[in-house]
Design a protein. Structure first.
Length: 266
């Protein structure tokens, strides 16, 4: 799991750690699969952001960045309103060939948890895919690299997808990229395996020429879904790594995310 840590403000509460590395690590800790997390943030934010990540019990490789990504969120059910307060540093091809390659030695899968389109250029993804299966979060496609209220668009570089084996999209990302009938249109992206998370309605798995809906266990009460997609991605890849078919891996991931959300609500 590789990505920038972020400083998140959710519903006006005090700042807390965020970003794909943290939420994926929570899932990986529960699963117990040998894994590594690679993360960056500014040195000034190391204590408040890196400490809770390390506390998840998953091995972490960290490097300082010039700046930390920062976001503000509010929710209305599954609907999220988001402001980009600061962008994190890009991950460079040189990093991918250097300390990142050393930290990823022996790994079979790598999930790239981009927070913005600028986080992982196509050249960096090409380096990360050497000898591994690469999974990419759809935020790498639809989040423009600018601060202010988040207004997603589909103006991404197609080269970003050249080495991607699995693409994880939220429903709104899928609709932005491929319209309301995205189940058919997404195949035009050329990615062999695409998983679209549908919130409380489960997920849609597009693989091997078929589309399969996967339900999710109900989660009672009001929950904070921040990071649920990152936890789903980690759990999904753990299932695929264990040899489960795409739909079966999605079922396992949905069950784990539901359990995490219930625990958070409690």
């Amino acid at each position: 799991m590789i990505g920038n840590l972020s400083r998140d403000v959710v519903e006006g509460a005090p700042p807390r750690v965020g970003g794909a590395p943290f939420y994926a690590a929570r899932a990986l800790h529960v699963i117990g699969l040998p894994a590594r997390v690679l993360a960056k943030c500014a040195a000034a934010d190391r204590a408040p952001l890196l400490t809770p990540l390390v506390a998840q019990g998953v091995p972490v490789a960290w490097q300082p960045a010039a700046r930390t990504a920062a976001f503000s969120f509010s929710y209305d059910g599954d609907r999220r309103t988001m402001t980009v307060d600061a962008l994190g540093d890009p991950w460079t091809p040189a990093e991918a060939r250097g300390w990142v390659a050393a930290a990823l030695a022996g790994t079979r899968w790598v999930h790239v948890g981009a927070l913005a389109r600028s986080d992982f250029p196509a050249e960096t993804l090409s380096e990360l895919a050497h000898g591994r299966r690469l999974s990419l979060d759809g935020q790498a496609l639809v989040r423009p690299p600018r601060t202010g209220p988040l207004v997603p668009d589909a103006d991404f570089d197609p080269a970003v997808l050249e080495h991607v084996a699995v693409l994880k999209l939220a429903e709104e990302e899928a609709r932005l990229l491929a319209g309301d009938d995205f189940a058919d249109e997404l195949r035009g992206l050329g990615v062999p395996e695409i998983v679209v998370t549908l919130g409380a309605r489960g997920s849609l798995v597009l693989a091997g020429g078929s589309a399969e809906r996967v339900p999710t266990p109900p989660v009672p009460g009001r929950v904070d879904p921040t990071g649920a997609g990152d936890a789903f991605a980690a759990a999904y890849l753990s299932g695929r790594n264990a040899g489960h078919a795409p739909a079966a891996a999605a079922r396992r991931a949905s069950a784990l995310v539901a359990a995490l959300l219930v625990g958070r609500a409690a």
